[in-house]
Design a protein around this ligand. Structure first.
Ligand SMILES: [Zn+2]
Ligand SMILES: [Zn+2]
Length: 164
């Protein structure tokens, strides 16, 4: 089942919802704000074509990586390495980085890809058609976020070929 995490427009908290046909509102668990949602049959099959929150069709995919956790792990590794460098184990002070690298490698490979809506930043997990969703594109992001452009799910390269 597809899992959806929206951002509450009122307080910025994450709102977790499962696609339910006929449901038209999701409620923030923190501030009780109600947000309009629109689910169709695709969503209940786990297929992502239309955003249930903003009704756009432009998404990108990325690994479900926790950036804060990554930074914390890196800082711990660096401190440990520095401490070893100042100790009699100095010749081995690089080993924490090897451990981090292996850990990262194993962890990263196990992470599942997620899809994110360019327009409203809603996160989608367990998306059936994730392979058809391209990675992040800076130009698309800028045009959607700042110029409110709607690519309609066609992506930037396809749209360019239509114009020329
Ligand atoms: Zn809220
Ligand atoms: Zn959206």
């Amino acid at each position: 089942m597809m899992e959806i995490t929206m951002t509450c427009p009122e307080c910025g908290s994450g709102i977790h919802v499962l696609p339910t046909l006929g449901a038209s509102k999701a409620q923030c668990g923190i501030c009780n704000k109600e947000v309009d949602v629109k689910f169709d049959e695709n969503h209940s099959k786990g297929i992502l074509r239309d955003c249930p929150c903003c009704e756009r069709k432009d998404f990108y995919s990325q690994k479900d990586f926790n950036r804060k956790l990554g930074v914390v792990l890196f800082v711990i590794t660096a401190l440990l390495s520095l401490w070893m460098f100042l100790s009699p184990y100095a010749p081995y002070s690089f080993t924490p980085f090897i451990v981090l690298y292996l850990f990262d490698f194993i962890l990263f490979r196990r992470l599942k890809p997620i899809a994110i809506c360019y327009k409203c930043d809603t996160i989608f997990r367990n998306v059936a058609n994730i392979k058809n969703i391209p990675g992040f594109d800076h130009e698309m992001n800028d045009r959607i976020k700042y110029a409110d452009h709607d690519f309609g799910g066609r992506g930037i390269s396809e749209e360019d070929s239509i114009i020329h």
